[in-house]
Ligand binder design. Structure first.
Ligand SMILES: Nc1ncnc2c1ncn2[C@@H]1O[C@H](COP(=O)(O)OP(=O)(O)OP(=O)(O)O)[C@@H](O)[C@H]1O
Ligand SMILES: [Mg+2]
Length: 258
């Protein structure tokens, strides 16, 4: 863990398409709008954090930090007031294929954050890839908290039990407890299955599911193609409303009751 002040939160689920990136970007911007100093760190070689915020040039980023030992501050970009990003960079995928370095390889991100200005931020949100390789391990070791987005379909529950195994193993290896949060995403509140999945998650994780479910909202799906967050694109949408209250949930630790 870095400075005791900063909350470093990995947004993780090995299941693809559950809303990790959407949550990182929009929750991050919501926290920034609430006057928190926020950095979004992209650990997914797909590199969607930069494009979602309107950066289209090929940026270097956390790839150079992990592969070449550059400092995070040398690749950090200002995206919005209070909101900085550390892009993935073109070469991030190479890091999954690093075999030398032993256990040290798993702690590179944590060390880089500790020796950067990110220590002094309020929140660092780490967008993770839908896999469980070395990138995910680095995110997990760097994080003090974990947010697992769970979408409203049945297969999400399967992904979730796998995530619990990964979390347990990581805690054993690092000797550090990670605070767990879950967030319901892509909720179609009129579908019975969606409600069933949420109820199941609430039952398995009492006190750990953030209060606000994120509704399926077309504006949330549209905004990244304009390089905009939901707050740049449709401030009055359901998506904006949900991510603002989710940010409050996270700031005060407000969980849903089953
Ligand atoms: N609440 C929502 N309402 C509508 N569309 C959404 C919502 N959340 C996410 N989406 C859309 O669903 C798709 C997957 O979302 P996203 O990219 O955030 O998931 P992910 O978990 O990061 O995926 P990956 O595993 O590929 O990284 C995207 O097209 C996104 O725009
Ligand atoms: Mg993603």
């Amino acid at each position: 863990m870095a400075d005791s002040r900063v909350r470093i939160i990995a947004i993780m689920n090995q299941k693809g398409g559950v809303g990790k990136t959407t949550t990182t970007v929009n929750l991050g911007h919501a926290l920034a709008l609430a006057d928190k100093r926020v950095a979004l760190l992209d650990m997914d070689p797909q590199g969607q954090i930069a494009t979602s915020l309107g950066f289209y040039d090929q940026q270097s980023g956390i790839d150079l930090v992990l592969l070449e030992g550059h400092g995070i501050d040398s690749v950090k970009l200002t995206a919005r007031p209070n909101l900085d990003i550390v892009p993935a960079g073109q070469r991030l995928n190479e890091f999954e294929h690093i075999y030398e370095g032993g256990v040290e390889r798993g702690h590179r991100l944590q060390k880089a954050i500790n020796s950067s200005s990110l220590r002094t931020y309020d929140y660092v949100l780490i967008d993770c890839p839908p896999s469980s390789g070395l990138l995910g391990v680095n995110a997990m070791f760097a994080a003090s908290e974990l947010i697992i987005p769970v979408s409203g379909d049945y297969l999400s529950l399967q992904g979730l039990s796998r995530m619990m195994q990964v979390l347990k193993r990581s805690e054993e290896l690092s000797g550090q407890k990670i605070k767990l949060w879950l967030v319901s995403t892509r909720m179609q509140l009129r579908r019975r299955l969606t409600t069933e999945v949420r109820n199941r998650v609430l039952k398995y994780f009492p006190g750990r599911v953030l209060h606000t479910p994120i509704r399926e909202n077309v504006a949330l799906a549209e905004c990244p193609s304009f390089g905009k967050t939901i707050f740049d694109y449709r401030k009055k949408s359901a998506g904006a409303e949900d991510y603002l209250t989710l940010a409050e949930d996270l700031m005060i630790g407000r969980a849903a009751h089953g």
